[in-house]
Every structure is written in C-alpha cells, then in structure tokens.
Design a protein around this ligand. Structure first.
Ligand code: ADP
Ligand code: ASP
Ligand code: MG
Length: 466
C-alpha cells in the first residue's frame, strides 16, 4: 500500500492512512510505502536552489519549520514521551543531515544532482518513522525502512532506474522476515540507492513507482495506491469538474494516461508489474469505503472508443527544420540521439511529409538544454543553412485522448477534431501513429481547459454521460 503526500499531509491524514494499513495487516501481510508530507519535497528543493546561490538562511529556516511540523504531527499521533522520544531523535538525526547538506551547498555554491537527491529524499525519511510509530499506536507493529536498503538503482540521479534482480534479492532479504512475523515495513517512497550505496531518487512523483517496484519484488498479490481522488478519472478533476471514476482500466490505457500527464500515476508505475500481471488499485485514502479503479493487464472492454482524456502542460515544442533538410537522411537520427544522450524524454513527435520540419515535445525543464545541445550538434548545418532553424515554443500543451482499440473505432479522430474546431481551438500538431490507445495533439497552453471540456462532452465521459 502506498500513501501519497496528501494522504500523509498532517496528523489526521496519517492516522487515517495508518488505520487503513492496520485493518488490512490484521488480514494479510502488508508493506507500506510512504511519500513525504504534502508540499515538503517542493520546499526542500526550493531551499536547495537558494543555498546554491549562497543563501545560508533558507536551509536553516526550512529545517526549523520541518522540525516543528513533524514534531507537532508526532505529538498529536503518539501519546507519551517514552514512545515519542525514539522517533524524535530519529527526526533530529535526519534534520542534522539536512543542515549539513544545506550548509555544504551554500558554502560551495554548488548543487550536484547527487546532493539534490540527498536533499529531496529528506521528506520521505522524516515521514516513515512517524507512520511506523502510528501503526504501533494502533496495535500493529510497524518498522520504518529506508528504501536505500531495499531498492537498488543505476546512478542516474534525479530519475534513477531500478535494477530488478538486485532489488528483488535485497527486498526479500530485508522485508521478507518482517512480513512473516506480521510486522509492517514502512518504506520511504521515491528513493533508492546504487549498488555502492549512493542515494538516488526515482524522479518527481516517484513513490508510485517505488510501490510497484517493491510489490513486484515481493510477489505481492495486489498493490494499492492510496491518493486523494477516487481512482483514475475520465479527466483531471481540477480541470473538468464532472470527471468520473473509471472502475477498471488496462495497464496499457493507464500507462498512456500517466505518460500523457495524469498526475495520479507516475509514468513508470506500471512497468514493474507487467511480467507478473499484478493488479494495481488506485483508491482514495479520504474515502476508503469507495472501490476506486482497478488496473489490470486487460482492463474491462467497453467495446472500443474513448475512456479518458489527459493533458501535459509544462512542456515545450522544439522544431528542427528548413527546406535544406529534404533528403538529409541523418537529421532525424542525430536529433533523437541528442535527446537520448540528455535523457530528455520525447513525449510526441510529428514530421511533415516533405521532411521540411521535425517537431517534437520535451518537458519544459529539459527544453533549454535540448535546444543548446541540438544547436551544437547541427552547428555546421546551421552555418551552411542546411538546417535553417532550431526553435522552441514553451507556450503549448499536449492533450491526449485515450482508450482501447481506438484505431479500430472509426470516427474518433474526426469527432475529436470536429468538436475542437467548433470550439475554435487551434491544433498545432497531431500524433496518432502506431499506438492504438491514443490520439494526441498539441494546442496552445491557454486552450487546454477548453479542449478537455469539449472532448469530454463530445465523448459523453461526464457523470451524467453529457
Ligand atoms: P499523491 O500525492 O497521492 O501521489 P498526486 O497529487 O501525485 O497524489 O496525484 C493525484 C492527483 O492527480 C489528483 O488530485 C488529481 O488532481 C490529479 N489527476 C490528474 N489527472 C487525473 C486523472 N485522470 N484521474 C485522477 N486524478 C488525476
Ligand atoms: N515526495 C516526492 C515528490 O514530491 C515523491 C512522491 O510524492 O511521489 O515528488
Ligand atoms: Mg503522486
């Protein structure tokens, strides 16, 4: 069971979530994965950037406020000094690491990806001991575990990949005996370590991924991701107010939604469970009586057609082109070797048939480095005007229409673009390609909400089918 930031956002939420674990642990062995308390990771990262600029106060004031926040939660959750003391001293240890990390950063005015990982991981590390102690308070034995002891990754800081067999071995060795004894391991989400023990993170929102990595490593019967909405909805409820819970959805569809920005799941969440076909539930920790969404290898067929919509904002469109590139066979290859080297994930590609222009989309965070690397790669071609331009447009977003067998369902693309046309939404690029599960298109960032509402209505995805 994984609990996201809002599900451990304050003492009340932690108690509610721990109660869910305690109830389940009385029936089956349960392992828990916890995120940082809501907002903590962002604050840790912001303070790291201040420290990098030489600001010594930011880290200090943040550690002070984190101490208060976590101590307050602890005091509400755990009765009596003797039981609070060991957790308090663990919190102090972690905060003194935080102080050293911030001081070092401010002193050197340098923030390496490895240091940033160490800083970003502190929120999960502070949360797990409180959660474990709360379980004890509820009569179920909990034991806080640092994921650095169980999840082995490569050394790509900020977005590390798990090493499956090493992780399997370590997690079974460390967690297996606890589970056998009825103890609930409470593992920090988001974090791993290289084989040499250097702490890594799995990327923002990565606790979902931690849960499925561990679920697969432990041959779990099922994985439940507890969050703040009732499952996977037909669209982001913050943008489309009548979005509805989808009772069952396939790995493929859910992965497509996650990939195209449905924040409810980290994009890599379903990878670890593919081989064993373990079901993954998305449920609401604030309303545990609701069933939520079940993600299964095949999902439940609705006979083809659209199931959900999603959008990715924080992205930029990069285009490489000019009439000169017609017939230059390696432009595409060189463009995408460049993005691959940067590990800048390409979210959508579109190329005009005349080969005048290739455009693709990457996360906004990767856009400036991608642009710079491409300009370097094509420096000669730009000088000789073989390539005329390499440009970036950050004011755009991708909208994706997702459903099974869409290619076999005539009219989906037509209806999508017709309804957007009627709303006056301009489409900048389109990609359907070989995937049968989505049609995605690029619109101006300002038009996202309008595009989602129009398509949601067109395909009758809302609560009353309107
Ligand atoms: P957690 O902290 O539990 O990991 P997140 O904030 O990362 O939770 O993800 C849950 C949020 O994802 C929801 O509150 C919702 O606003 C957003 N979201 C975006 N698209 C969808 C969708 N299609 N279905 C459900 N939630 C979505
Ligand atoms: N706390 C981490 C983040 O905010 C991981 C997670 O919540 O999934 O990115
Ligand atoms: Mg999340």
């Amino acid at each position: 069971m994984k609990f996201g930031g809002t599900s451990v956002g304050d003492a009340t939420c932690i108690r509610r979530s721990a109660q869910i674990v305690a109830d389940a642990a009385r029936k089956h062995p349960v392992a828990a994965v916890v995120s940082a308390m809501s907002g903590v990771t962002n604050r840790l990262i912001d303070a790291a950037h201040y420290a990098k600029r030489g600001d010594r106060g930011a880290g200090k004031s943040l550690t002070g406020s984190l101490r208060k926040q976590h101590f307050d939660a602890l005091a509400t959750l755990i009765q009596g000094e003797p039981k609070q003391a060991p957790v308090q001293s663990r919190i102090e240890e972690i905060l003194s690491e935080a102080t050293r990390l911030y001081e070092g950063t401010a002193l050197l005015q340098e923030l390496t990806p490895r240091t940033l990982d160490a800083i970003s991981s502190l929120g999960e590390r502070l949360c797990a001991p409180i959660f474990a102690a709360t379980l004890n308070e509820l009569g179920v034995q909990g034991s806080a575990i640092e994921a650095t002891d169980v999840i082995v990754t490569d050394s790509f800081h900020g977005g590390a990949e798990p090493l499956t067999s090493e992780t399997r071995q370590k997690s079974q060795m460390k967690l297996g005996p606890l589970l056998k004894e009825g103890i609930v391991p409470v593992v920090t989400g988001f974090i791993g370590a290289t084989a040499d023990g250097a702490l890594t993170t799995l990327g923002r929102g990565g606790s979902d991924y931690s849960a499925t990595i561990l679920g697969a490593a432990l041959d779990a019967e099922e994985i439940i991701i507890w969050t703040d909405v009732e499952g996977v909805l037909t669209a982001d409820p913050r943008l489309v107010s009548d979005a509805r819970t989808i009772p069952e959805i396939s790995y493929r569809e859910a992965a497509e939604l996650a990939y195209f920005g449905a924040k409810v799941l980290h994009p890599k969440t379903l990878r670890p469970v593919l081989p064993a076909g373990i079901p993954v539930w998305i449920r609401n920790s604030f309303a545990p009586e609701k069933l939520g969404t079940k993600i299964t290898p095949k999902g439940r067929s609705i006979g083809g057609g659209v199931k959900a919509l999603t959008a990715i904002r924080d992205v930029a469109l990069i285009s490489v082109g000019g009439p000169g590139i017609v017939g230059v066979t390696d432009v595409v290859g060189r463009t995408f070797s460049t993005t691959a080297e940067l590990r800048a994930e390409v979210l959508l590609i579109s190329q005009s048939s005349s080969q005048n222009d290739i455009c693709f989309i990457v996360a906004k965070a990767h856009a400036p480095t991608t642009l710079e690397a491409l300009r370097k790669e094509f420096a000669q071609d730009l000088a000789h005007e073989v390539v005329e331009h390499i440009t970036m447009d950050p004011e755009i977003a991708i909208v994706a229409v997702v459903g099974e067998n869409m290619r076999g369902t005539p009219g989906v693309a037509g209806r999508t673009f017709h309804c957007l046309g009627q709303e006056g939404v301009n489409i900048i690029a389109i990609a359907q390609g070989s995937s049968e599960t989505n049609i995605s298109f690029v619109v101006s960032d300002k038009a996202v909400k309008q595009a989602l509402l129009a398509a949601h209505r067109e395909f009758g995805l809302g609560v009353d089918g309107s």
